[in-house]
Design a protein around this ligand. Structure first.
Ligand code: TXA
Ligand code: MG
Length: 339
């Protein structure tokens, strides 16, 4: 398949690109489009055939359901049955990086929801994405734009390298604003709970979902995963990657085997060590760290080092989502082979 790439600029008129993307979706094709979190690989959520193409393009296991995107709160009924839940919080939080678990509208492809009777719905805070969904005339199923298991696509350049030939169209809008996926909430659960930490921190959501809880799920534990996606290892570069505290990284850097590693770290730590460093941004601004995380994980595979080590960050605010991704992409440094 030949992949066409269309560049758009934020704030400029994107009508032609919207029409072209909506045309591809209406003819059953697959479009990579920008959102404020990460890019999505989108297709018609009502069509099994179209949704099947997403699973194929990503190499995604079919038991892992896709998020369904709508253009506004008014269109929520096109994806979900909203009886019994309060949509009040969504009046403020949408459009935005919040995805909500609801009962599925039977029109949504059961391939899309992996046979579940629930669906996760989101309205992205990106004008292109919403206009495209409006022009298509149906909700758009879209997982993150990456091959399954790899870091999510937050930069059109990385996505083209990875998905060229696998999708019909890529809308290149540069780098995503947050660079980390939406927060998934289950408001039907008592108390409401966070199924996947994301760009909205629990602190941002407490006032809208009183008593909301965030449980930690570890891969390999006996518990049942909160979302099917949780049981898979994720976000991983091809080279071995380990996580460590700044103090451990400084020790490693001074040791003999320190030269074998690339260091994915904050600007502050970068100033304290030598060797090959991939800077994430300032430790004082976790939004900066989030926005460069996935492209930095990808860079590791391009630098002349056998493995990488990544700094850990405080688990507050968006730091919870950052650490959730790091713990899925990497192993603790203690488990690195000794040379
Ligand atoms: O920011 C985002 O949410 C991005 C952009 C493109 O919108 N999308 C995204 O999709 O991250 P994806 O497919 O990479 O992650 C969807 C997650 C998976 O962990 C999946 O298991 C879970 O949502 N999920 C989807 N439908 C579900 C359902 N009905 N019940 C439980 N979990 C569900
Ligand atoms: Mg994903």
């Amino acid at each position: 398949m030949k992949t066409e790439v269309l560049r758009i600029k934020t704030g400029s008129d994107h009508r032609d690109a919207v029409d072209q993307a909506a045309g591809v979706l209406r003819s059953g094709g697959v479009v990579v489009f920008p959102t404020e979190t990460v890019y999505g690989i989108g297709a018609n959520a009502y069509s099994d055939d179209a949704v099947e193409k997403i699973f194929r393009a990503k190499g995604r296991p079919q038991d892992n359901p896709l998020i369904v995107h709508v253009d506004s709160l008014n269109s929520i009924g096109m994806a979900a049955l909203t009886g019994g839940i309060s949509i009040e919080p969504l009046k403020t939080l949408w459009p935005g990086p919040l995805s909500v678990l609801m009962k599925k509208n039977p029109l949504v492809s059961s391939l899309c929801t992996a046979g579940l009777d629930t669906v996760v719905v989101r309205c992205p805070d990106n004008a292109f994405a919403r206009d495209m969904i409006t022009a298509a005339g149906f909700p758009v199923a879209a997982p993150s734009a990456n091959v399954a298991g790899r870091p999510s696509g937050s930069d059109a350049h990385d996505i083209l390298a990875e998905l060229d030939g696998r999708v019909d169209l890529i809308i290149d809008a540069g780098r995503s604003k947050f660079g980390i996926e939406s927060t998934i909430v289950d408001p039907l659960h008592r108390p409401p709970r966070i199924l996947r930490p994301g760009a909205f921190a629990v602190e941002d959501l407490e006032k809208f979902f009183p008593g909301i809880v965030q449980e930690k799920f570890k891969i390999g534990s006996d518990e049942k995963p909160l979302t099917p996606g949780m049981k898979y290892r994720h976000y991983s570069p091809e080279k071995p990657l380990y996580f460590a505290t700044p103090a451990q990284i400084i020790d490693l850097n001074r040791s003999d085997r320190g030269r074998e590693f690339a260091y994915i770290c904050s600007r502050e730590l970068s100033g304290e060590i030598d060797g090959l460093r991939i800077e994430l941004g300032s430790r004082e601004n976790l939004y900066e760290i989030a926005s460069s995380l996935y492209s930095s994980l990808r860079k590791l595979d391009q630098v002349p080092r056998k493995m990488g080590v990544i700094e850990v960050f405080p688990e507050r605010g968006i730091g919870v989502a950052i650490m959730n991704r790091i713990e899925k992409a990497a192993l603790p440094l203690g488990r690195a082979p000794k040379s």
